[in-house]
Ligand binder design. Structure first.
Ligand code: SF4
Length: 454
Protein backbone atom coordinates (compact mmCIF):
# COMPACT_ATOMS: atom_id res chain seq x y z
CA UNK A 1 0.00 0.00 0.00
CA UNK A 2 1.53 3.35 -1.00
CA UNK A 3 2.49 5.66 1.84
CA UNK A 4 0.78 8.99 2.36
CA UNK A 5 3.91 10.68 1.11
CA UNK A 6 3.95 8.71 -2.09
CA UNK A 7 0.32 9.49 -2.70
CA UNK A 8 1.04 13.15 -2.07
CA UNK A 9 3.92 12.90 -4.53
CA UNK A 10 1.47 11.94 -7.23
CA UNK A 11 0.11 15.48 -7.08
CA UNK A 12 3.33 16.74 -8.61
CA UNK A 13 3.26 16.85 -12.41
CA UNK A 14 5.66 14.09 -13.41
CA UNK A 15 6.71 12.75 -16.80
CA UNK A 16 4.95 9.65 -18.05
CA UNK A 17 6.26 6.25 -16.93
CA UNK A 18 9.15 5.06 -19.03
CA UNK A 19 7.22 2.30 -20.78
CA UNK A 20 4.92 4.99 -22.21
CA UNK A 21 5.95 6.95 -25.27
CA UNK A 22 5.10 10.62 -25.28
CA UNK A 23 3.60 12.21 -28.37
CA UNK A 24 4.48 15.91 -28.41
CA UNK A 25 1.84 18.38 -29.48
CA UNK A 26 4.25 19.68 -32.14
CA UNK A 27 6.29 18.21 -34.98
CA UNK A 28 9.13 16.56 -33.09
CA UNK A 29 10.48 14.90 -36.23
CA UNK A 30 11.15 18.33 -37.70
CA UNK A 31 13.11 19.34 -34.57
CA UNK A 32 15.15 16.14 -34.61
CA UNK A 33 15.86 16.53 -38.33
CA UNK A 34 17.03 20.12 -37.82
CA UNK A 35 14.16 21.59 -39.82
CA UNK A 36 12.49 23.36 -36.90
CA UNK A 37 13.79 25.06 -33.78
CA UNK A 38 12.49 23.95 -30.39
CA UNK A 39 10.51 26.84 -28.89
CA UNK A 40 10.49 27.77 -25.21
CA UNK A 41 6.96 26.43 -24.78
CA UNK A 42 7.93 23.17 -26.46
CA UNK A 43 10.99 22.89 -24.21
CA UNK A 44 8.75 23.17 -21.15
CA UNK A 45 6.25 20.71 -22.56
CA UNK A 46 8.99 18.13 -23.01
CA UNK A 47 10.51 18.81 -19.59
CA UNK A 48 7.22 18.36 -17.80
CA UNK A 49 5.75 15.47 -19.77
CA UNK A 50 8.26 13.42 -21.75
CA UNK A 51 9.88 10.35 -20.16
CA UNK A 52 13.66 10.35 -19.96
CA UNK A 53 13.84 7.53 -22.50
CA UNK A 54 12.04 9.62 -25.15
CA UNK A 55 14.25 12.63 -24.46
CA UNK A 56 17.32 10.44 -24.77
CA UNK A 57 16.12 8.92 -28.04
CA UNK A 58 15.52 12.33 -29.60
CA UNK A 59 18.72 13.89 -28.26
CA UNK A 60 20.76 10.89 -29.42
CA UNK A 61 19.28 11.27 -32.90
CA UNK A 62 20.28 14.95 -32.97
CA UNK A 63 23.79 14.22 -31.68
CA UNK A 64 24.15 11.47 -34.30
CA UNK A 65 23.03 13.87 -37.04
CA UNK A 66 25.49 16.54 -35.94
CA UNK A 67 28.29 14.03 -35.30
CA UNK A 68 27.86 11.07 -37.65
CA UNK A 69 31.51 10.06 -37.15
CA UNK A 70 32.41 6.69 -35.64
CA UNK A 71 34.35 8.33 -32.80
CA UNK A 72 33.69 10.31 -29.66
CA UNK A 73 36.26 12.68 -28.26
CA UNK A 74 38.16 13.76 -25.17
CA UNK A 75 40.97 16.20 -24.43
CA UNK A 76 43.97 15.93 -22.12
CA UNK A 77 44.35 19.05 -20.07
CA UNK A 78 45.18 20.25 -16.60
CA UNK A 79 43.12 22.58 -14.49
CA UNK A 80 45.45 25.10 -12.94
CA UNK A 81 43.83 27.21 -10.25
CA UNK A 82 46.44 29.93 -9.93
CA UNK A 83 44.89 31.45 -6.81
CA UNK A 84 42.11 30.54 -4.41
CA UNK A 85 41.82 34.05 -2.99
CA UNK A 86 38.54 35.54 -4.21
CA UNK A 87 36.43 38.62 -3.60
CA UNK A 88 33.21 36.82 -4.53
CA UNK A 89 31.15 34.88 -2.01
CA UNK A 90 29.48 32.15 -4.06
CA UNK A 91 27.42 30.03 -1.72
CA UNK A 92 28.05 26.86 -3.75
CA UNK A 93 31.84 27.24 -3.57
CA UNK A 94 34.10 25.38 -1.16
CA UNK A 95 37.30 26.36 -2.97
CA UNK A 96 37.74 30.10 -2.41
CA UNK A 97 39.42 31.84 0.50
CA UNK A 98 38.30 35.38 1.24
CA UNK A 99 41.17 36.09 3.58
CA UNK A 100 44.60 36.17 1.91
CA UNK A 101 46.08 35.45 5.34
CA UNK A 102 44.17 32.18 5.74
CA UNK A 103 46.62 29.32 6.26
CA UNK A 104 45.59 27.59 3.06
CA UNK A 105 45.18 30.69 0.86
CA UNK A 106 47.59 30.70 -2.06
CA UNK A 107 48.69 32.30 -5.30
CA UNK A 108 50.92 30.10 -7.42
CA UNK A 109 54.36 31.35 -8.36
CA UNK A 110 55.29 31.11 -12.04
CA UNK A 111 57.76 28.29 -11.42
CA UNK A 112 55.01 26.14 -9.95
CA UNK A 113 52.67 26.80 -12.87
CA UNK A 114 55.45 25.98 -15.35
CA UNK A 115 56.21 22.78 -13.43
CA UNK A 116 52.57 21.73 -13.68
CA UNK A 117 52.51 22.43 -17.42
CA UNK A 118 55.73 20.47 -17.94
CA UNK A 119 54.08 17.49 -16.21
CA UNK A 120 51.05 17.86 -18.46
CA UNK A 121 53.20 18.05 -21.56
CA UNK A 122 55.08 14.91 -20.51
CA UNK A 123 51.89 12.81 -20.62
CA UNK A 124 50.77 14.16 -23.99
CA UNK A 125 48.48 16.89 -22.71
CA UNK A 126 47.61 19.67 -25.10
CA UNK A 127 46.02 22.44 -23.08
CA UNK A 128 45.62 24.10 -19.72
CA UNK A 129 42.41 25.39 -18.26
CA UNK A 130 43.64 28.12 -15.95
CA UNK A 131 41.21 29.88 -13.67
CA UNK A 132 41.35 31.40 -10.28
CA UNK A 133 39.52 33.23 -7.69
CA UNK A 134 39.26 36.97 -8.27
CA UNK A 135 42.27 38.21 -6.37
CA UNK A 136 42.58 42.02 -6.16
CA UNK A 137 46.25 41.85 -5.11
CA UNK A 138 47.48 40.44 -8.40
CA UNK A 139 48.53 43.12 -10.91
CA UNK A 140 47.99 42.94 -14.65
CA UNK A 141 51.72 42.24 -15.18
CA UNK A 142 51.34 38.90 -13.42
CA UNK A 143 48.89 37.73 -16.05
CA UNK A 144 50.64 39.18 -19.08
CA UNK A 145 54.08 37.89 -18.07
CA UNK A 146 52.59 34.52 -17.18
CA UNK A 147 50.86 34.16 -20.55
CA UNK A 148 54.04 35.20 -22.38
CA UNK A 149 56.10 32.82 -20.27
CA UNK A 150 53.81 29.88 -21.01
CA UNK A 151 53.80 30.68 -24.72
CA UNK A 152 57.60 30.85 -24.82
CA UNK A 153 58.25 27.74 -22.76
CA UNK A 154 55.37 25.61 -24.02
CA UNK A 155 54.39 26.84 -27.50
CA UNK A 156 52.51 23.58 -28.13
CA UNK A 157 50.18 24.04 -25.14
CA UNK A 158 46.86 25.75 -25.79
CA UNK A 159 45.96 28.36 -23.18
CA UNK A 160 42.26 28.22 -22.30
CA UNK A 161 41.95 30.59 -19.37
CA UNK A 162 40.12 33.17 -17.23
CA UNK A 163 36.35 33.07 -17.00
CA UNK A 164 34.03 36.02 -17.72
CA UNK A 165 33.61 36.93 -14.00
CA UNK A 166 37.40 37.18 -13.74
CA UNK A 167 37.52 39.53 -16.74
CA UNK A 168 34.82 41.72 -15.22
CA UNK A 169 36.81 41.95 -11.98
CA UNK A 170 40.09 42.47 -13.89
CA UNK A 171 38.43 45.47 -15.47
CA UNK A 172 37.76 46.89 -12.00
CA UNK A 173 41.15 45.92 -10.56
CA UNK A 174 43.20 47.25 -13.51
CA UNK A 175 40.87 50.12 -14.47
CA UNK A 176 40.81 48.93 -18.07
CA UNK A 177 37.90 47.99 -20.37
CA UNK A 178 37.22 44.25 -20.73
CA UNK A 179 37.79 44.40 -24.50
CA UNK A 180 41.25 45.87 -24.00
CA UNK A 181 42.21 43.25 -21.41
CA UNK A 182 41.04 40.51 -23.74
CA UNK A 183 43.06 42.02 -26.58
CA UNK A 184 46.18 42.36 -24.45
CA UNK A 185 45.89 38.84 -23.05
CA UNK A 186 45.31 37.49 -26.55
CA UNK A 187 48.48 39.22 -27.71
CA UNK A 188 50.32 37.52 -24.84
CA UNK A 189 49.10 34.04 -25.74
CA UNK A 190 45.57 33.54 -24.44
CA UNK A 191 43.79 31.43 -27.08
CA UNK A 192 40.26 30.74 -25.85
CA UNK A 193 38.02 31.63 -22.90
CA UNK A 194 36.35 28.93 -20.79
CA UNK A 195 32.76 29.34 -19.69
CA UNK A 196 33.31 29.20 -15.95
CA UNK A 197 31.08 31.28 -13.73
CA UNK A 198 27.99 30.94 -15.94
CA UNK A 199 25.97 29.22 -13.16
CA UNK A 200 22.43 30.53 -13.80
CA UNK A 201 22.02 33.93 -15.46
CA UNK A 202 18.69 34.96 -13.90
CA UNK A 203 19.36 37.80 -11.46
CA UNK A 204 17.04 36.46 -8.75
CA UNK A 205 19.13 33.27 -8.59
CA UNK A 206 22.54 34.72 -9.34
CA UNK A 207 22.34 37.45 -6.74
CA UNK A 208 21.69 34.79 -4.09
CA UNK A 209 24.22 32.12 -5.06
CA UNK A 210 26.97 34.35 -6.43
CA UNK A 211 27.20 37.64 -4.53
CA UNK A 212 30.22 39.60 -5.70
CA UNK A 213 30.17 38.01 -9.12
CA UNK A 214 29.18 39.66 -12.40
CA UNK A 215 25.61 39.57 -13.72
CA UNK A 216 24.47 37.11 -16.35
CA UNK A 217 24.38 39.81 -19.01
CA UNK A 218 27.91 40.94 -18.10
CA UNK A 219 29.04 37.30 -18.46
CA UNK A 220 27.50 37.12 -21.92
CA UNK A 221 28.97 40.51 -22.87
CA UNK A 222 32.50 39.31 -22.07
CA UNK A 223 32.00 36.29 -24.30
CA UNK A 224 30.62 38.44 -27.12
CA UNK A 225 33.71 40.67 -26.87
CA UNK A 226 35.90 37.56 -27.10
CA UNK A 227 33.94 36.37 -30.15
CA UNK A 228 34.45 39.77 -31.81
CA UNK A 229 38.19 39.33 -31.27
CA UNK A 230 38.13 35.88 -32.87
CA UNK A 231 38.46 33.96 -29.61
CA UNK A 232 36.32 30.84 -29.26
CA UNK A 233 34.64 30.20 -25.92
CA UNK A 234 32.41 27.67 -24.16
CA UNK A 235 29.10 28.07 -22.34
CA UNK A 236 28.17 26.45 -19.03
CA UNK A 237 25.26 26.06 -16.63
CA UNK A 238 25.12 24.91 -13.00
CA UNK A 239 21.94 23.09 -12.02
CA UNK A 240 20.56 21.50 -8.89
CA UNK A 241 20.50 24.40 -6.44
CA UNK A 242 17.84 27.10 -6.00
CA UNK A 243 16.98 27.53 -9.68
CA UNK A 244 13.69 26.49 -11.31
CA UNK A 245 13.21 24.99 -14.75
CA UNK A 246 12.17 28.45 -16.00
CA UNK A 247 15.54 29.81 -14.86
CA UNK A 248 17.33 27.05 -16.74
CA UNK A 249 15.32 27.75 -19.87
CA UNK A 250 16.06 31.47 -19.58
CA UNK A 251 19.76 30.59 -19.30
CA UNK A 252 19.73 28.41 -22.41
CA UNK A 253 17.68 30.97 -24.33
CA UNK A 254 20.21 33.73 -23.64
CA UNK A 255 23.06 31.49 -24.81
CA UNK A 256 21.17 30.51 -27.96
CA UNK A 257 20.43 34.15 -28.82
CA UNK A 258 24.07 35.20 -28.30
CA UNK A 259 25.26 32.28 -30.38
CA UNK A 260 22.90 33.29 -33.19
CA UNK A 261 24.46 36.74 -33.04
CA UNK A 262 28.03 35.40 -32.96
CA UNK A 263 27.47 33.05 -35.89
CA UNK A 264 26.08 35.92 -37.97
CA UNK A 265 28.42 38.72 -36.91
CA UNK A 266 31.65 37.53 -35.29
CA UNK A 267 34.68 35.52 -36.38
CA UNK A 268 34.31 33.16 -33.36
CA UNK A 269 31.55 31.69 -31.22
CA UNK A 270 30.71 29.11 -28.54
CA UNK A 271 32.28 25.75 -29.41
CA UNK A 272 30.60 23.78 -26.63
CA UNK A 273 28.01 23.72 -23.89
CA UNK A 274 28.61 21.95 -20.58
CA UNK A 275 26.26 21.75 -17.64
CA UNK A 276 26.95 20.15 -14.31
CA UNK A 277 25.28 19.63 -10.98
CA UNK A 278 25.86 21.53 -7.75
CA UNK A 279 28.09 19.56 -5.36
CA UNK A 280 27.03 20.46 -1.82
CA UNK A 281 29.76 19.30 0.57
CA UNK A 282 31.56 22.05 2.52
CA UNK A 283 29.52 24.80 0.84
CA UNK A 284 27.36 27.43 2.61
CA UNK A 285 24.41 26.60 0.32
CA UNK A 286 24.30 23.11 1.80
CA UNK A 287 22.87 24.62 5.00
CA UNK A 288 19.61 25.49 3.19
CA UNK A 289 16.65 23.18 3.51
CA UNK A 290 16.30 20.53 0.83
CA UNK A 291 13.22 20.09 -1.32
CA UNK A 292 11.29 16.89 -0.64
CA UNK A 293 9.87 15.49 -3.89
CA UNK A 294 7.36 13.40 -1.92
CA UNK A 295 5.86 16.26 0.08
CA UNK A 296 3.33 17.09 -2.62
CA UNK A 297 4.60 20.63 -3.14
CA UNK A 298 6.17 21.42 -6.52
CA UNK A 299 9.63 23.01 -6.38
CA UNK A 300 9.34 26.75 -6.73
CA UNK A 301 11.66 29.68 -6.22
CA UNK A 302 11.22 30.90 -2.65
CA UNK A 303 13.88 33.60 -2.43
CA UNK A 304 16.49 30.88 -2.57
CA UNK A 305 15.60 29.28 0.76
CA UNK A 306 15.14 25.78 -0.66
CA UNK A 307 17.63 23.72 -2.62
CA UNK A 308 16.57 21.10 -5.13
CA UNK A 309 19.53 18.80 -5.73
CA UNK A 310 19.81 17.24 -9.18
CA UNK A 311 20.14 13.48 -9.50
CA UNK A 312 21.22 11.44 -12.54
CA UNK A 313 17.71 11.57 -14.02
CA UNK A 314 17.62 15.36 -13.75
CA UNK A 315 21.13 15.72 -15.16
CA UNK A 316 20.37 13.53 -18.17
CA UNK A 317 17.00 15.21 -18.80
CA UNK A 318 18.71 18.58 -18.96
CA UNK A 319 21.48 17.22 -21.18
CA UNK A 320 18.95 15.83 -23.64
CA UNK A 321 16.89 19.03 -23.58
CA UNK A 322 20.00 21.16 -24.06
CA UNK A 323 20.91 19.05 -27.12
CA UNK A 324 17.43 19.59 -28.54
CA UNK A 325 17.29 23.32 -27.70
CA UNK A 326 20.85 24.48 -28.49
CA UNK A 327 20.66 23.75 -32.20
CA UNK A 328 23.41 26.26 -32.91
CA UNK A 329 26.13 24.85 -30.62
CA UNK A 330 28.00 21.91 -32.09
CA UNK A 331 29.37 20.13 -29.05
CA UNK A 332 27.92 19.02 -25.73
CA UNK A 333 30.22 17.62 -23.09
CA UNK A 334 29.52 14.87 -20.61
CA UNK A 335 30.13 15.95 -17.03
CA UNK A 336 31.67 12.82 -15.56
CA UNK A 337 33.56 14.97 -13.05
CA UNK A 338 30.34 15.60 -11.11
CA UNK A 339 28.23 12.64 -12.25
CA UNK A 340 30.84 9.89 -12.15
CA UNK A 341 32.15 7.70 -14.98
CA UNK A 342 29.04 5.57 -15.40
CA UNK A 343 26.58 8.43 -15.87
CA UNK A 344 29.34 10.20 -17.81
CA UNK A 345 29.40 7.29 -20.24
CA UNK A 346 25.61 7.15 -20.40
CA UNK A 347 25.61 10.85 -21.33
CA UNK A 348 26.92 9.82 -24.76
CA UNK A 349 23.43 8.36 -25.37
CA UNK A 350 21.63 11.50 -24.15
CA UNK A 351 23.12 14.14 -26.45
CA UNK A 352 26.78 14.47 -25.44
CA UNK A 353 29.43 13.86 -28.10
CA UNK A 354 32.48 14.54 -25.96
CA UNK A 355 33.80 13.14 -22.70
CA UNK A 356 35.49 16.37 -21.67
CA UNK A 357 38.95 16.20 -20.27
CA UNK A 358 41.39 13.84 -18.66
CA UNK A 359 42.16 16.22 -15.83
CA UNK A 360 45.53 15.83 -14.22
CA UNK A 361 44.43 18.18 -11.50
CA UNK A 362 41.14 19.49 -10.24
CA UNK A 363 40.72 21.60 -7.10
CA UNK A 364 37.27 23.20 -7.30
CA UNK A 365 34.74 20.36 -7.56
CA UNK A 366 36.88 18.17 -5.30
CA UNK A 367 36.74 20.89 -2.60
CA UNK A 368 32.97 20.31 -2.60
CA UNK A 369 33.40 16.63 -1.89
CA UNK A 370 33.29 15.12 -5.37
CA UNK A 371 36.47 13.34 -6.37
CA UNK A 372 35.83 11.30 -9.49
CA UNK A 373 39.06 10.76 -11.39
CA UNK A 374 39.58 9.21 -14.79
CA UNK A 375 42.81 8.40 -16.58
CA UNK A 376 43.19 8.54 -20.36
CA UNK A 377 42.92 4.75 -20.40
CA UNK A 378 39.63 4.83 -18.51
CA UNK A 379 38.07 7.55 -20.67
CA UNK A 380 39.05 5.65 -23.81
CA UNK A 381 37.60 2.48 -22.36
CA UNK A 382 34.30 4.18 -21.53
CA UNK A 383 34.00 5.56 -25.07
CA UNK A 384 34.95 2.24 -26.70
CA UNK A 385 32.59 0.19 -24.54
CA UNK A 386 29.79 2.59 -25.49
CA UNK A 387 30.40 1.76 -29.15
CA UNK A 388 32.66 4.47 -30.53
CA UNK A 389 36.35 4.81 -31.34
CA UNK A 390 37.98 7.06 -28.72
CA UNK A 391 39.72 10.09 -30.21
CA UNK A 392 41.87 12.75 -28.58
CA UNK A 393 40.93 16.27 -29.68
CA UNK A 394 42.12 19.82 -29.24
CA UNK A 395 40.12 22.79 -27.97
CA UNK A 396 38.67 23.36 -31.47
CA UNK A 397 37.34 19.80 -31.51
CA UNK A 398 39.81 18.77 -34.21
CA UNK A 399 40.91 15.15 -33.86
CA UNK A 400 44.58 14.76 -32.90
CA UNK A 401 44.66 10.98 -32.58
CA UNK A 402 42.19 8.17 -33.26
CA UNK A 403 42.66 5.22 -30.96
CA UNK A 404 41.70 2.27 -33.12
CA UNK A 405 44.93 0.27 -33.05
CA UNK A 406 46.36 -2.20 -30.54
CA UNK A 407 48.53 0.55 -29.06
CA UNK A 408 45.46 2.57 -28.01
CA UNK A 409 45.71 3.79 -24.41
CA UNK A 410 42.97 1.44 -23.23
CA UNK A 411 44.11 -1.59 -25.24
CA UNK A 412 47.85 -1.78 -24.75
CA UNK A 413 49.02 -3.69 -21.68
CA UNK A 414 50.47 -1.44 -18.97
CA UNK A 415 54.25 -1.54 -18.61
CA UNK A 416 55.38 -3.65 -15.65
CA UNK A 417 55.33 -1.64 -12.46
CA UNK A 418 53.25 1.21 -13.94
CA UNK A 419 50.11 2.15 -12.07
CA UNK A 420 47.33 4.55 -12.98
CA UNK A 421 48.31 8.15 -12.36
CA UNK A 422 46.65 9.87 -9.46
CA UNK A 423 45.21 13.32 -9.73
CA UNK A 424 47.05 15.97 -7.82
CA UNK A 425 45.32 18.30 -5.39
CA UNK A 426 46.96 21.25 -3.74
CA UNK A 427 47.45 20.26 -0.11
CA UNK A 428 47.50 22.73 2.82
CA UNK A 429 51.24 22.00 3.15
CA UNK A 430 51.86 22.97 -0.47
CA UNK A 431 49.75 26.12 -0.07
CA UNK A 432 51.88 27.05 2.94
CA UNK A 433 55.06 26.37 0.96
CA UNK A 434 53.89 28.59 -1.91
CA UNK A 435 53.52 31.47 0.52
CA UNK A 436 57.20 31.34 1.32
CA UNK A 437 58.25 31.77 -2.31
CA UNK A 438 58.73 35.40 -3.36
CA UNK A 439 56.98 36.01 -6.66
CA UNK A 440 58.57 38.37 -9.17
CA UNK A 441 55.97 39.97 -11.42
CA UNK A 442 58.09 42.26 -13.53
CA UNK A 443 61.09 44.51 -13.12
CA UNK A 444 60.59 46.68 -10.08
CA UNK A 445 57.36 45.01 -8.94
CA UNK A 446 57.51 42.29 -6.33
CA UNK A 447 54.50 40.49 -5.00
CA UNK A 448 54.48 38.00 -2.20
CA UNK A 449 51.60 35.65 -1.85
CA UNK A 450 49.21 35.09 1.01
CA UNK A 451 50.45 35.95 4.50
CA UNK A 452 53.64 37.44 3.10
CA UNK A 453 51.82 39.96 0.89
CA UNK A 454 53.42 43.34 0.94
S1 SF4 B 1 33.01 30.02 -7.55
FE1 SF4 B 1 34.78 31.19 -8.32
S2 SF4 B 1 34.09 33.33 -8.19
FE2 SF4 B 1 32.72 32.14 -6.83
S3 SF4 B 1 33.70 32.27 -4.81
FE3 SF4 B 1 34.44 30.36 -5.80
S4 SF4 B 1 36.37 30.99 -6.74
FE4 SF4 B 1 35.24 32.87 -6.31
Amino acid sequence: MPSENLLAGLLIPRPLPHHTRYSPTFDMDAVVAGNARLTDAQFLELYHHAPLTDLGRWAFAVASRLHPEDYRTYVIDRNINYTNICTARCTFCAFKRNDPNAPDAYTLPYAEIYRKIAELSAIGGTQILMQGGMNPDIPVDYYENLLRGIREKFPHIHIHAFSPPEFVEFSRFFNLPVAEILRRFKDCGLATVPGGGGEIFADRVRSRIGPGKCTGDAWLDVMSEAHKLGMYTSATMLIGHIETIDDRLDHLARIRRRQDWALANAPANYTAFIHWTYQPDNTPLDRKRKWNPDAGIPFEFDDGRTVRLADANEYLRMLALARLYLDNIANLQSSWVTMGPKIGQLALFFGANDMGSVMMEENVVSSAGTTYKLSQEMICRLIRDAGWVPAQRNQYYQVLARHDGPDSPDLKPPAPGVFARRQHHITPEEAAAYKKIPLTISAGVRHRVGADSA
